[in-house]
Design a binder for this molecule. Structure first.
Ligand SMILES: NC(=O)c1ccc[n+]([C@@H]2O[C@H](COP(=O)([O-])OP(=O)(O)OC[C@H]3O[C@@H](n4cnc5c(N)ncnc54)[C@H](OP(=O)(O)O)[C@@H]3O)[C@@H](O)[C@H]2O)c1
Length: 291
């Protein structure tokens, strides 16, 4: 696919995936709760992603709950061999849409079975353990017990590879003593740079770093410098935000989220965009200002 040509691939678990993937969270209803108002439109986004060459989709049974996984199954099953679906467990939703911890052995096993059933799979390719020690960001504390439970589910063949989400480097190292870690998914973007050192450390270990909220999340990034760079390069601000992440480190895999086919197409074209040193310097200053 031409829009992917410049962005390349990186290992995720046992496979090479294209660096530009897709995050399905935006396909659920408002507040990531309940179904979207147009189910056909949501399925169309998923089909278009595959048609444009996406081979890595990020999802979870948290989204809806169960909504995005079922949409993925309805739209894409039986899955192409090359498609890697990554899901996450460790939390659940209450009946008002709140996010609760769900990381006991029993809850983790139940979550794996829910994901298998909702996605229509016999084995989950990659499962991220999403730490809920602090729902809003990484917080120190042992994650040994849930990782040991996930390692046992892996030994049973229900899960092929394990990743982590919302974690610190100490937790990555703790987890690596229990089971191989395929990827880390934390919040990171042009403005939110807390994980700069972690990304470089993971690159050294050959571990994929998959930023969530790559475009800023529920309120997409806005900055004068970003708009100026985009205008000069005849690109959109979101394309520049994606291109910046692609150039930031080779182990970064992108999963920008959108509920719109037009935005999806726009985002995937960012793989062809190169940021020159002037643009990079101007963008670097955004984080400096925000910090
Ligand atoms: N591990 C975790 O704790 C965690 C947390 C959050 C998310 N995630 C994962 O990360 C993925 C990405 O995060 P995200 O979707 O929340 O945030 P995001 O990718 O940073 O941004 C999504 C937002 O940007 C908008 N958008 C996308 N493309 C656009 C474009 N070209 N122009 C203008 N607006 C655009 C979307 O609205 P439209 O729908 O209107 O395009 C949506 O509001 C999720 O899908 C999910 O899989 C993981």
């Amino acid at each position: 696919m031409s829009h992917h040509d410049n962005s390349g691939t990186y290992p995720l678990g046992g496979r090479q995936v294209r660096r530009l993937g897709y995050g399905a969270m935006q396909l659920a209803g408002p507040g990531v709760f309940g179904p979207p108002k147009d189910l056909d439109a949501a399925r169309a986004v998923l089909r278009e992603a595959l048609a444009l060459g996406v081979d890595h989709i990020d999802t979870s049974d948290f989204y809806g709950p169960h909504v995005t996984n079922r949409l993925i199954r309805e739209a894409l099953h039986p899955y192409p061999e090359a498609l890697t679906i990554v899901t996450k467990i460790g939390a659940r939703r209450d009946d008002k849409g709140g996010w609760l911890l769900a990381a006991s052995n029993q809850e983790l096993e139940q979550a794996v079975h829910d994901n298998l059933r909702n996605l229509g799979l016999e084995q989950l390719e990659v499962v991220n353990f999403r730490s809920m020690l602090d729902v809003h960001g990484p917080a120190e504390g042992s994650i040994e017990a849930p990782l040991a439970a996930l390692a046992r589910l892996r030994e049973r063949g229900l899960v092929r590879h394990i990743g982590l989400s919302n974690v610190t480097m100490a937790q990555v190292e703790e987890a690596q003593r229990i089971v191989p870690i395929a990827c880390v998914q934390n919040m990171y973007n042009l403005v939110h740079r807390n994980d700069d050192a972690m990304i470089d450390a993971l690159a050294g270990k050959g571990i994929a770093y998959v930023p969530f909220f790559p475009l800023g999340g529920f309120s997409p990034l806005q900055s004068d410098a970003l708009s100026r760079v985009a205008q000069r390069l005849e690109a959109t601000p979101m394309q520049v935000a994606i291109a910046w992440l692609l150039q930031r480190s080779p182990n970064i895999l992108l999963i920008p989220g959108t509920s719109s086919v037009a935005h999806l197409r726009e985002n995937l074209k960012a793989g062809a965009l190169r940021l020159d040193t002037v643009a990079l310097a101007e963008l670097e200053a955004i984080a400096g200002v925000a910090a």
